[in-house]
Ligand binder design. Sequence first.
Ligand code: UDP
Ligand code: MG
Length: 333
Amino acid sequence: MDSPLVSLVVPAYGEGSHLASSLEAMRQEARKAGGDYEIIVVDDGSTDNTWEVLAAEARADAAIHAIRLSRNFGKESAIAAGLHFARGETIIVLDADLQHPPALIPKMLEIWRKTGADIVRARKLPDENEPWRQRVRRRLFNRIFTRLSGVDLADASDFMLITRRVRQTWLAMEERNLFFRGMIAWLGFRVETIPFTVAHRQDGKSKWSTAALFRLAATALTSFSTLPLRLAMGVGVVFMLVSLLGMIYSLVYKLLGLAAPGFTTVILLQFFIGSLILLSLGVIGEYLGRIYEEVKRRPRFIIADRLGVDAAPPPAAATPDRTYANSKEAAQE
Ligand code: UDP
Ligand code: MG
């Protein structure tokens, strides 16, 4: 089977109310690109009518492929599922709520054609109307992440074009703790960037709670950096040195008969050191948890239903990526 020029990969969670119009907008822009296209929509275990709308779309248009995950796996896993089935020469990942303007699709393809870049990243322009809390949260995260991991994520979004070989390489990374943007940035390759303004959400609410964002941040940090672990060690060493000085000091005082009741010092130190120990344990626990998840080697996602996606690996294979690598389709590429 010929591979299309571009595969659009669209994760969708609770987007039923506007999915049809979003897909129409994407289809129109994809047509302008001059070549075959496919749109792979991954329903990430929505509880609304997303799947019904999507299934109807897939039946009406052969270019639309529908995948339904067995439950809500999170955006990163939904993207992984979409990438898994994408057959295009290039793949563009974009949100289902039209916040990533489909009008950029032809532009991204043009840049890819002209420059031969492997990745065309869309960089978010500062949004005047962004609530300050969100802005602080985003800036802080990007700054810390860049510092710790050495992978620059400034104003990055998941909205990007990648070539087939980037997709292959990405899928070959077998980790379970996924962070799409970060992993793509880590891969390297030739990157071009275009700016874009984040549009308003079509309908419904953002699915990212502060807790979900925090989890993603923790995944991003722990899977890209061991600095927190080393930091705990460093702080421990510094404290040992300081307490050594303290010991000498208090011994000298004791010998000179000057020892004060010293209750305050003791209790303060106890609090301080106790909290440091707990903190370090927490850091270790965070990494241990990730290792546990990786070691279990569970699938990144489980597919419940699919429409229009054929010539694909069996769903819910224990390690979908390797199954894919052995499939006939991979051999043709
Ligand atoms: N999404 C998903 N699974 C989730 C949460 C979100 O597939 O658990 C999808 C969602 O349908 C949308 C995209 O990820 O297409 C971005 O989500 P959202 O618009 O809620 O986030 P924001 O735009 O506020 O970052
Ligand atoms: Mg959104």
